[in-house]
Design a protein around this ligand. Sequence first.
Ligand SMILES: NC(=O)c1ccc[n+]([C@@H]2O[C@H](COP(=O)([O-])OP(=O)(O)OC[C@H]3O[C@@H](n4cnc5c(N)ncnc54)[C@H](OP(=O)(O)O)[C@@H]3O)[C@@H](O)[C@H]2O)c1
Length: 317
Amino acid sequence: MRAAFASRFDDADPLAALTVGERPEPTHPADDWVTVQLRATSLNHHDLWSLRGVGLTEAQLPMILGCDAVGVDPEGNQVVVYPVVVTRGDPRGVSILSEHFPGTLAERVAVPRSNLVPLPDGMAATDAACLPTAWLTAWRMLTTKGRVEDADSVLVQGAGGGVATAAVALAVAMGKRVYATSRDAIKRERITALGATAVEPGARLPERVDVVIETVGAATFEHSMKSAAPMARIVVSGATAGHEPSVNLRRIFAMQLEILGTSMGTPGELYELLAFCADSDVRPVVDSVVPFSRVEDAFARLHSGDAFGKVVVDHTA
Ligand SMILES: NC(=O)c1ccc[n+]([C@@H]2O[C@H](COP(=O)([O-])OP(=O)(O)OC[C@H]3O[C@@H](n4cnc5c(N)ncnc54)[C@H](OP(=O)(O)O)[C@@H]3O)[C@@H](O)[C@H]2O)c1
């Protein structure tokens, strides 16, 4: 079957490590696994990390990329794939598709049957394909970790990103005052259209916020700390621009800040997110939909840093 996979690692030029070609059909590591025929996937920064060699070893190559998926199960049902799989030998106890098990940028993927969630009526496959990774991460950052129900205001760093646009759209839909930083004036305009107050990175906010959504890392972390109100939660799920910021411990204890790490979400949280989107007008912010035949263009778009929202791959086009 056709697939997009990491054939080697290239830290400086991850796109050069991407290969599109034939891979063997999925196999089932256990009896409860099924094969899903894919309809749509979306890219994540995770796919670029994999091409750089972050989280994979040479022994795992070639590895089919892709964490997100919407497809058709063996009984013909449209399903959203929850991408976290119990993985013996991984220190986390789990892994995300494309880490230990082949990912979703292919014609078909194998997953445990319990990872399949019904696609809500009326939701497009290309929208739902944005939800299982970036949107699920943003949902958990806001709800379970950030306890946003007790918050009036939220700051989202690096607002053009997949997780970040999700956090803005969700927090606005929850009725919060949302501030978002972006280095790019056009992205700031677009984030304003989503209902946030957009500012340049590092700019002083009109108020200190109760929840900070951090996926950028070293480039923005000091601003996140300075923008946090007493008792605020700074929730971290990524470090695109460096993972070793300096942290002012005095500010943490004096302001009683919480710095919380999180990764992905639970199946229950994915159900909650799908229900929230299905019951409201909230839909993923989609930068572009690219046919699988041009999957390299989709990677180039993500890598350019120009994308606003999710880059989706349509496997049916
Ligand atoms: N832990 C998890 O479960 C999980 C799940 C999903 C994602 N992640 C992580 O979260 C991060 C974001 O993922 P994504 O898929 O949303 O990525 P993405 O769509 O590629 O977004 C990255 C965003 O980061 C900002 N950025 C990049 N370099 C920057 C710099 N030097 N200074 C300031 N801002 C910078 C940019 O915002 P502007 O251009 O608007 O400034 C960009 O839009 C990644 O590190 C990813 O690995 C983790």
